[in-house]
Design a protein around this ligand. Structure first.
Ligand code: RNT
Ligand code: ZN
Length: 418
């Protein structure tokens, strides 16, 4: 599609949506302003740069596509490239294992902002905020898959220190970037097989987390979330930070709850949980992911669940209470395309949510459920693609499939030489 065609489409779409009472210019503006946090770990298969060369903790990347970023420089080069393909307000989601130690003998219990300063500077240059994650996996101090809830005191203390350091790093990053840096705590702690004592590890986890959060750090600058999980690979029978555990911890301690789309029974969806959780939690972090049969972390596609998640946020006016982050890792396709597909889809779903006719909710509130269903169905065939194309053009990012050839060229020029 060329510029004239896209403008023609826009004009038609503007009328079509206006007939349903929707202002598409306003919708584009709003959709553009919502921060979406892009996970740095898609670029290097969740390996990081602080010494580990394999991934543990019950998570797995599959595939062996060429071009994995092997250094912080390569990863930043890839992110700077993909940034140009993605419209809208962005943050970069960092993990502690992406520390740059520059030869210094320092471990995760001693990290500080200087080990992430290049990342913060990069975010500033790229006009992105930052989010942060302590890394409780891929490290010799893991006790099997246990970290904060290990029976070994030295192990727990090491990871407690790590948690504390990460909140301090996030505070510095938030100050430097002038916006909140959300910190997500995911601990893989659990057992492969049926365990006898399900309580003691949870007692220890609670004590460790309480110790980490005992440091007074402004929750507006550093909102911290606890991520629940049903099971992991090799951690099938028991996870310490299950749903009930993490949600209960979050509610009782006034921290955030992190909902990951792949961390529930296969027929459960997180879109159905948002407004329920937000009755009792102030704010939540989302890990938007796509599980196929298990927590497989596939690239998110423009499917019903992605649309439902964004619809829930937007149509319930929860934008200020939800931190949207993506969490998937696919090493079987071009990793930059994986970012572009997922990030563009997240933004598409946001835009679609803002294009929802208000008449649908009005009909519902009046008790006119016939009109609700009729309007919901009519809205589905409004010319959404035309609005998306125009929005991309306006934001100066490739429209339609034009980004694919750019990624292919980058693959040939840069990735294949790695
Ligand atoms: C694992 C969790 C966790 C990780 C990242 C890398 O199942 O979803 O969020 O994916 O921290
Ligand atoms: Zn997650």
């Amino acid at each position: 599609m060329n510029k004239e065609q896209i403008i023609k489409g826009y004009e038609y779409a503007r009328e079509a949506y206006a007939a349903f009472g929707v202002d598409i210019d306003k919708a584009m503006e709003k959709a553009d302003s919502i921060p979406v946090s892009m996970h740095c770990w898609q670029g290097d298969d969740v390996i990081g740069f602080d010494g580990s060369d394999s991934l543990t903790g019950g998570i797995q990347t599959t595939g062996n596509y060429p071009g994995r970023a092997r250094t912080p420089e390569e990863l930043r080069e890839d992110i700077a490239f993909v940034r140009k393909l993605i419209p809208g307000t962005m943050k970069l989601n960092m993990h502690a294992c992406y520390a740059e130690k520059d030869g210094e003998k320092v471990d995760r219990d001693g990290y500080s902002i200087r080990h992430f300063q290049k990342w913060v500077d990069f975010c500033k240059k790229q006009k992105m905020g930052m989010d942060f994650n302590p890394t409780f996996f891929s490290h010799p101090m893991m006790d099997g898959d246990f970290s904060l809830s290990s029976y070994d005191e030295d192990t727990r203390n090491f990871w407690i220190e790590h948690g504390k350091r990460c909140r301090e790093i996030a505070l510095e990053a938030a100050k430097q970037l002038g916006q909140p840096c959300a910190v997500n705590f995911w601990m893989p702690d659990g057992y492969k097989d049926i365990c006898e004592d399900t309580k003691s590890h949870r007692d220890l986890m609670t004590a460790s987390l309480d110790e980490i959060f005992s440091e007074d750090i402004d929750p507006e600058l550093v909102p911290c979330g606890i991520e629940s999980k049903l099971f992991g690979v090799g951690v099938e029978a028991y996870t310490v930070a299950s749903h009930e555990y993490s949600y209960g911890y979050a509610v009782s301690r006034g921290v955030l709850y992190t909902l990951d789309a792949g961390h529930f029974h296969p027929t459960e969806v997180i879109s159905a949980k948002l407004s329920a959780v937000l009755q009792f939690c102030d704010r939540i972090i989302l890990h938007v992911s796509r599980p196929i049969r298990w927590d497989s972390d596939h690239v998110i596609v423009f499917d019903d669940e992605l649309k439902a998640i964004m619809h829930e946020i937007v149509c319930n006016h929860l934008e200020d209470r939800v931190f949207i982050a993506l969490d998937y890792f696919d090493a079987s396709i071009n990793r930059i395309a994986a970012w572009s597909i997922g990030m563009r889809n997240a933004r598409k779903a946001l835009l679609m949510a803002y294009l929802t006719p208000a008449a649908i909710a009005k009909a519902e509130h009046k008790g006119d459920l016939t009109s609700r269903l009729a309007l919901q169905e009519e809205a589905k065939t409004l010319p959404f693609g035309a609005v998306w194309d125009y929005y991309c053009m306006k934001q100066g990012v490739p429209t339609g499939d034009k980004w694919i050839s750019k990624v292919k060229k980058y693959e040939k020029d840069v990735l294949c030489n790695r």
